[in-house]
Design a binder for this molecule. Structure first.
Ligand code: DAH
Length: 340
């Protein structure tokens, strides 16, 4: 029996090293260590031995079982490692393929223009103040020298909430609010950006649009200051070659009042379709703050004066980018928005 065990050990020692797959390895395990395996069989037949010999043989058999188990285990680890390696080699992962891009969005063109306008005026020393979109009739009209029955109210068809409360039709009420809050402080140099609402809806009018109001109150402010400020703005916004012109106009809260035109961006003032062959494009309303408006707020119009202007952000964007339909800004069509 000792010889038998020795033979088993030798066979296992020769067989296991040359096996290279799991199934065969398992067959070997069964052959030697299984219930009917060779080692098991030897142990079972121990009864034939004398009581002195039994423990020696038992010890020897255990040693050989341990030896075989050890070999099997090492071999199994080797086979598993090899299988993994083969699996990795077969995997078809092309690391040279370009990665999938994460699509980055960007700011809406109107937000871009609004930011540009703010930057330009911040650069000239203006501060930014915002007012409410749901406004009192008082600030939207009356404090701006537009009494209840004034025909100028017809220029701005309004959304009323109550007879005294409406959606503001322009950003000019921020003037009235700021004057009232700051009087008698000077200088006042402010822009007031924000949404405004009117009962209008076509290719060049939207019921909601955005304006930037600007106003400056100080001692001895003149029309020349207004013109210089707006020229500086226009040249930063539309290019260094632009000119502006002031055309007499009427607003109840300015005197005198002027519409401001910029030399046509498309034809440089020569005359084309965009500017209806005039060479000029209207970009904003402006004027010297009406003494009555200063007085209502508590300023002394004999001591201080100021200028004011109001521009439509959508209009500036349309002119700058040559867009002919205002509604494109609000439809959220990516084919349009991606161009900016
Ligand atoms: N609030 C005017 C409008 O919406 C625009 C405007 C004109 C504002 C003249 C001004 C100004 O501050 O001086 O039509």
């Amino acid at each position: 029996m000792f010889d038998q065990l020795q033979k088993i050990r030798q066979q296992a020692g020769e067989l296991i090293p040359v096996v290279m797959d799991r199934q065969k390895l398992n067959e070997i395990r069964v052959r030697f260590l299984g219930k009917k395996g060779e080692v098991t069989r030897v142990l079972r037949s121990m009864g034939q031995l004398s009581p002195e010999e039994r423990p020696r043989l038992g010890k020897k058999a255990n040693e050989i079982r341990d030896y075989i188990e050890n070999l099997l285990e090492q071999k199994l680890a080797l086979i598993l490692a090899r299988e993994k390696e083969e699996h990795l080699q077969q995997e078809t992962l092309d690391v040279t393929l370009p990665g999938r891009n994460i699509i980055l969005g960007h700011r809406h063109p109107l937000t871009q223009i609004m930011n540009e306008i703010k930057e330009i005026f911040l650069g000239m020393g203006f501060e930014i103040v915002e007012g409410p979109e749901v406004e009192l009739d008082y600030y939207n009209f009356e404090a701006l020298n537009i009494p209840k029955d004034h025909p100028a109210r017809d220029m701005q068809d309004s959304f009323y909430i109550t007879p005294e409360i409406l959606l503001r039709t322009h950003t000019s009420p921020v003037q009235a609010r700021v004057y009232e809050a700051r009087v008698p402080e000077i200088p006042v140099r402010i822009i007031a950006p924000g949404k405004v609402y009117r009962r209008d809806d076509d290719a060049t009018h939207s019921p909601m649009f955005q304006q930037v109001e600007g106003f400056l109150i100080d001692r001895q402010v003149s029309l020349a200051d207004l013109k210089g400020t707006l020229l500086a703005f226009v040249r930063q916004m539309f290019g260094p070659d632009r000119e502006i012109r002031l055309r007499p106009s009427f607003f109840p809260f300015t005197e005198p009042s002027a519409e401001v035109d910029v030399s046509c961006i498309m034809c440089n003032g020569v005359g084309c379709r965009t500017c209806s062959h005039t060479g000029w494009l209207e970009i904003l309303g402006s004027g010297m703050v009406h003494p009555r408006v200063l007085e209502i707020a508590g300023y002394d119009p004999e001591q201080v004066s100021g200028f004011a202007f109001g521009m439509g952000v959508e209009r500036i964007a349309m002119l700058k980018y040559g867009i002919d339909d205002l509604r494109l800004f609000f439809e959220n069509d990516l084919r349009f928005l991606k161009q900016f």
